[in-house]
Design a protein around this ligand. Structure first.
Ligand code: 5GP
Ligand code: MN
Length: 336
């Protein structure tokens, strides 16, 4: 309540606002950012969304996408100026400044008021105003609640609603994860009332594969999947050459890890992608196995209990070897 009052006070007069989100934004990261941006613009603020990297083209339909500033060495000076000038800096869908690369340092130094809206575990206390709820299904759910609690629910129109819907739909795994509460469905009911086209959004995000992405999926499932029955674990490791061979674009590996977890009996899944500069890892689990803890302890990462990520500077083969050597330490949890 106090946080909402502070935010209301802060947004009382038109402000210069910057919104950012995590590295390689997904639908929740971008959808919550663009949904919030749409709302703040309607309130008369000057708003810029800056992403630390590019994001999948299957998110380009979101309203406000055309004005997003994607950070790169080319846009560095422009991004720095916007961050320095901003009176309010919203940080969405990440809990540590290290998750946003160079932008993290700029934001740490920025003079404006920082506002965090996020649902990841163990938030770093860098923001003056924090809406951190680790039991929320998505940051988009929290953005909806913040707008509602500011008393502006009626300003959520179809375009803003579609951005928020995309975030909630993807972070709940299309309303199947344990995070899918009654509250989530009540918010979705309201978004439907605002005219959100759920068929269009589902198709834009899930049924918009390029031919090479679908052939890449076929190849990976046939040749790159390892099942370790003893530990109810399955993993996929992809080399940088394979990414090149299938002309892999940002977002093309999204969702791959879920195929490994979809095998009967498998309770722990991992995806290793050789991004040349480092190996990027995704972890997924079912039930009580905490992949957040696993990623934090062994791969400098984090996230949620059943969905987390990390990074490794070893080679792809060494990373996979390290992963396999850790499994016996978790034998008891994995056996259940
Ligand atoms: P994904 O596997 O889809 O990239 O990420 C799954 C979840 O883990 C997301 O909530 C994401 O924010 C988080 N995550 C992914 N990679 C990292 C990482 O390197 N560090 C931390 N702290 N979280 C990560
Ligand atoms: Mn999220």
């Amino acid at each position: 309540m106090q946080q909402i009052n502070e935010l209301r006070e802060l947004l009382q007069s038109p402000k210069k606002i910057m919104i950012t989100t995590h590295h390689k934004p997904d639908a929740d990261a971008l959808g919550s950012s663009l949904g919030l941006a749409g709302y703040l613009k309607k309130k008369g603020h000057q708003v810029t969304v800056i992403t630390p990297t590019d994001y999948p083209s299957f998110l380009n339909w979101m309203s406000g996408n055309d004005e997003v500033l994607i950070y790169s060495h080319r846009t560095d000076a422009q991004a720095k100026a916007i961050i320095n000038d901003a009176e309010v800096l919203f940080c969405l869908d990440f809990s540590a400044l290290s998750r946003i690369n160079e932008l993290g340092g700029y934001i740490r130094e920025a003079k404006g008021t920082k506002v965090l809206i996020d649902h990841h575990l163990e938030p770093e206390p860098f923001a003056e105003i924090m809406f951190s709820n680790t039991s929320a299904a998505a940051t988009a759910e929290l953005v909806y609640e913040v707008i509602r609690d500011l008393g502006d629910e009626e300003l959520i129109d179809t375009a803003i609603g579609e951005c928020l819907y995309a975030g909630i739909m993807t972070d709940t795994g299309s309303f199947r994860h344990a995070s899918t509460t009654r509250n989530v469905h009540l918010i979705i009911a309201d978004l439907l009332h605002k005219g959100v086209d759920i068929c269009k959004i589902h198709r834009n995000i899930y049924d918009s594969y390029s031919e090479s992405r679908l052939r890449f999926l076929g190849y990976v499932l046939k040749d790159k999947l390892t099942v370790v029955r003893e530990y109810n674990t399955a993993f996929i490791a992809v080399t940088s050459e394979e990414l090149k061979q299938y002309n892999s674009q940002t977002g093309d590996t999204e969702g791959l890890v879920n195929f490994a977890l979809s095998i009967e009996g498998v309770r722990f899944a991992a995806l290793f992608i050789d991004r040349t500069e480092a190996v990027k890892i995704s972890f997924r689990s079912v039930g009580d196995i905490s992949v957040n803890e696993f990623a934090r302890s062994h791969f400098s990462g984090g996230g949620h209990k059943n969905a987390s990520g990390g990074i490794s500077y070893l080679s792809l083969a060494e990373t996979v070897e390290k992963f396999q050597s850790l499994l016996p330490l978790y034998a008891e949890q994995l056996a259940k």
